[in-house]
Design a protein around this ligand. Structure first.
Ligand code: ATP
Length: 479
């Protein structure tokens, strides 16, 4: 059974358990108490700014628990954020007659707010009757109108010692020991991001110390490879992206794996993601050819495709980008059952979409992102590919699988009804035709006509099948 992520299991429940952010916490407390004492602070929004994994989100939830608020969490990169804020900002602030709890509006990734939407959100802050707390990694990337209306609370980067202490505390509660040098390595590579450190620790513990080698082996390359990924994913500028491989002590084949892994985290729209994958599969072809023929001048084309080609594929996620190492670790952590589910999905994609295995693997990655983000489209895919409940859970995660499955059942029912309706209509039509064309020969003639037409259609179908007409993701999304 998959274990609960330790970052959730050991997320501090109380403000006093949050490590090394005392100044920030006392500022947050004073601000919320001003609301509670009936005189909302001059600045109705609070902006928690600081590095990832330093305790910002944790603060909001612990605060809500201690002061009995309900948290309405919104994400700035969500297109409907404005409407949602508008709905909650005006909600009654005090406990109402129905006994509902007061609400804190928590807007994460405030550095991702589109500048064009900022004035509207600023107006909402002015009208707010509920406390609004925002969080951001980069203070200066938060639109100015919003910065001006928010009180800044700075979060410090946690020190290596803070991180090690937090890891030791978790190990004690789990009753496990891990060699000190492994903890030090994990803390070093986390650069103050306690979430990253806890995740690494859990991976190391889950996979035994052999995996520790894989986890830690990345530490040397990571700095430069992350910078290189930054060049590919953080700009739309083809020229800059092409510089990514300079100073990178890594072969293009290996860097391709890193790019591959990060595409679904960086592109938001399926069609743009598909375009980025197309660019890396072209790069892959050049790399293969270079290896087979020994003509390494082909590397240049490959590198152009995988850097510039990916960079211009579409609009990328803005703000802080968290990059991930290639799949090796995840694959190692996957159970036999998960691997077999993955393979059965790939087979279904190959047969339903007429794709090669490699294409099906790439397509599955895009489909996985769709399953995590767009439940309606996911339900259509479920029906189209004939996925089982287990396969849906593999793609969507447990939380969304039930909803998708329910939607898919509804689609199936609707399709069945439509099919029945068409079948009935056809029968009716046939009856009418027979009645109208009473003379025997005419009926015979019509039948022959119909049969030749049917044969023709069948032949056409067969031809299409033989050609193996490929259904692309684009076709599907357009439907
Ligand atoms: N100061 C801290 N004290 C204790 N635990 C912490 C602290 N900072 C982070 N953590 C741990 O790391 C995890 C992630 O922290 P949190 O979600 O609060 O980070 P964040 O600052 O909101 O990061 P991001 O900017 O990436 O959203 C938490 O579950 C918690 O276990």
């Amino acid at each position: 059974m998959p274990e609960v992520p330790w970052v959730e299991k050991y997320r501090p429940r109380r403000l006093s358990e949050i490590i090394n952010q005392e100044d920030a916490i006392s500022k947050v407390k004073a601000w919320i108490e001003a609301w509670l004492h009936g005189n909302p602070p001059k600045k109705k929004a609070l902006l928690l700014a600081g590095p990832p994994g330093s305790g910002k989100t944790t603060t909001v939830y612990a605060l809500a628990r201690e002061y009995n608020f309900e948290v309405i969490e919104l994400n700035a990169s969500d297109e409907r954020t404005y409407d949602k804020i508008a709905r909650y900002v005006q909600a009654a602030y005090t406990m109402d007659i129905l006994g509902k709890r007061r609400k804190i509006i928590f807007l994460d990734e405030a550095d991702n707010i589109e500048p064009s939407g900022a004035p509207e959100i600023a107006k909402l802050i002015d009208r707010a009757r509920n406390p609004i707390i925002m969080a951001a990694n980069h203070y200066w990337e938060v639109p100015k109108e919003i910065r001006d209306r928010a009180e800044l609370v700075e979060y410090k980067r946690l020190t290596q010692r803070d991180v090690i202490n937090a890891l030791v505390r978790i190990l004690k509660r789990e009753g496990i020991t891990v060699p000190k040098e492994v903890l030090v390595e994990i803390a070093k590579r986390a650069s103050g991001d306690l979430r990253a450190a806890i995740n690494d620790l859990q991976t190391v513990v889950a996979g035994g110390y052999e995996d520790a080698r894989y986890v830690l082996a990345y530490r040397d390359v990571e700095k430069t490879v992350f910078q290189a990924l930054g060049l590919v994913f953080a700009s739309d500028n083809a020229k800059r992206a092409k510089l990514a491989m300079m100073n990178l002590d890594m072969s293009p084949d290996e860097f391709l794996l890193w790019i591959d892994e990060n595409i679904p985290h960086m592109y938001l729209k399926p069609e743009e993601m598909a375009r980025a994958y197309e660019a890396i599969s072209k790069a892959d072809i050049y790399l293969g050819r270079a290896q087979r023929t020994g003509n390494y001048s082909l590397w240049r084309y490959a590198i152009d495709m995988m850097t510039a080609g990916v960079a211009v594929a579409g609009t990328k996620k803005r703000g802080f980008a968290k990059f991930y190492p290639p799949n090796t670790l995840k694959m190692l952590a996957e159970s036999k059952e998960e691997r077999s589910t993955r393979n059965s999905i790939i087979k279904k994609i190959m047969s339903e979409m007429h794709m090669s295995k490699l294409e099906a693997i790439e397509t599955m990655k895009i489909i996985k992102t769709i399953f995590e983000k767009n439940l309606d489209l996911a339900a259509h895919f479920t029906v189209f590919l004939g996925l089982s409940e287990k396969e849906v859970e593999f793609l969507a995660g447990r939380e969304n699988a039930g909803t998708i499955w329910g939607k898919a059942l509804a689609i199936r029912r609707k399709l069945k009804k439509e099919e029945e309706k068409i079948r009935k209509e056809r029968k009716e039509e046939e009856k009418v035709e027979v009645r109208e064309e009473k003379p025997e020969e005419k009926v015979e003639e019509k039948r022959e006509e119909r049969e030749t037409k049917k044969e023709k259609e069948k032949k056409e179908e067969k031809k299409a099948e033989k050609k193996g007409k490929q259904v692309t993701l684009f076709d599907f999304i357009k439907k």
